[in-house]
Design a protein around this ligand. Structure first.
Ligand code: SAM
Length: 281
């Protein structure tokens, strides 16, 4: 019986039975695996780390997309760095009138999502308001002269090509590329296992933005308790007002399974041990 053992934390890992191997390749940048599992449905892993599953990806994608857009309230232009599975792109596109540029370094992730992960990306890559750029997100934010209302950093963990996406130079460029009142959201890691990483990246963001914090979302296959998403802006937008968020949510006509305006507000309520990570950062 074939199994997939995730190798991300020291001395602990989750494992999945591989009921069907759907796709395996070594791209120019990473090892890419898609398989089916009885409990979680279709699963995408990169370099031995679970990226998403059919069963729980909506938690991550709804929370990384709708929190910044509804917190801001008037988004026209959004940028996704990474996110080659198309899930964040698709959620952002539910907001009528929002144009989304996605910059993914590995074209094989996009092609694999199109072929094997339609439940994640739908037809988002071909949407009239989507622009897909294959390239390094680090170089894109350094070189573009465009401004965005929201930047979503939907990256892999800070190893390989994603390492620089947790660093000061990248966050500084993001800050320069945000329009006034714009919001940066980042995949930050699971505080229980990756506390030092969550704290270090928060330390940098809090030097560059007037307001920086993290919010939490419980994604079952990102093991170790809730994961943190970095949230930074020059405007004071967190936790937000549930009544205002509800008006925006209803006006946007969203149908979500995890995101809700009161979940949005509650996600910014941090346990003392997470607050301590940010304070000591
Ligand atoms: N939600 C996921 C997680 O953390 O488990 C992230 C999913 S998404 C597949 C991450 C994407 O970031 C990958 O497709 C990877 O190729 C891309 N990526 C990594 N480094 C990048 C960079 N420097 N520029 C643009 N995309 C990058």
């Amino acid at each position: 019986m074939l199994s997939f053992a995730e190798a991300i934390h020291d001395g602990f890992g989750q494992s999945f039975r591989v009921d069907r191997l759907v796709h395996y390749e070594k791209t120019d940048l990473q090892e890419l695996v898609v398989f089916d599992n009885a409990s979680f449905g279709r699963v995408l892993a990169l370099d031995g780390v679970i990226q998403l599953t059919e069963r729980d990806h909506h938690v991550y994608h709804e929370m990384i997309a709708h929190v910044p857009v509804l917190a801001h309230g008037a988004v026209r232009d959004a940028l996704v760095i990474g996110g080659g599975d198309g899930g964040a792109l698709r959620e952002l596109l539910w907001h009528a009138g929002v144009r989304v540029t996605l910059v993914e370094i590995d074209p094989r992730v996009i092609e694999t999502a199109r072929a094997h992960l339609p439940f994640v990306c739908g037809d988002a890559f071909d949407h009239a308001r989507a622009e897909i750029v294959v390239g390094d997100g680090l170089a894109f934010v350094r070189d573009t002269d465009r401004r965005f209302d929201v930047i979503v950093v939907d990256s892999t963990d800070p190893v390989g090509p994603a390492a620089a996406l947790f660093g000061e130079g990248f966050y500084r460029d993001c800050a320069r590329r945000l329009a006034p009142g714009g919001v940066l959201v980042t995949q930050a890691g699971v505080p229980f296992f990756q506390g030092a990483q969550v704290a270090a990246a928060h330390r940098v963001r809090s030097r560059l933005f007037a307001h920086a914090t993290v919010y939490l979302a419980a994604v079952p296959t990102y093991t170790g308790g809730p994961m943190a998403l970095g949230f930074a802006s020059d405007a004071d937008l967190a936790p937000g007002d549930a009544a205002v968020l509800r008006e925006r949510y209803v006006a946007a006509g969203l149908a979500t399974r995890y995101y809700a305006p009161d979940v949005h507000v509650g996600a910014f309520a941090l346990p003392p041990e997470v607050r301590a990570l940010l304070r000591d950062a």
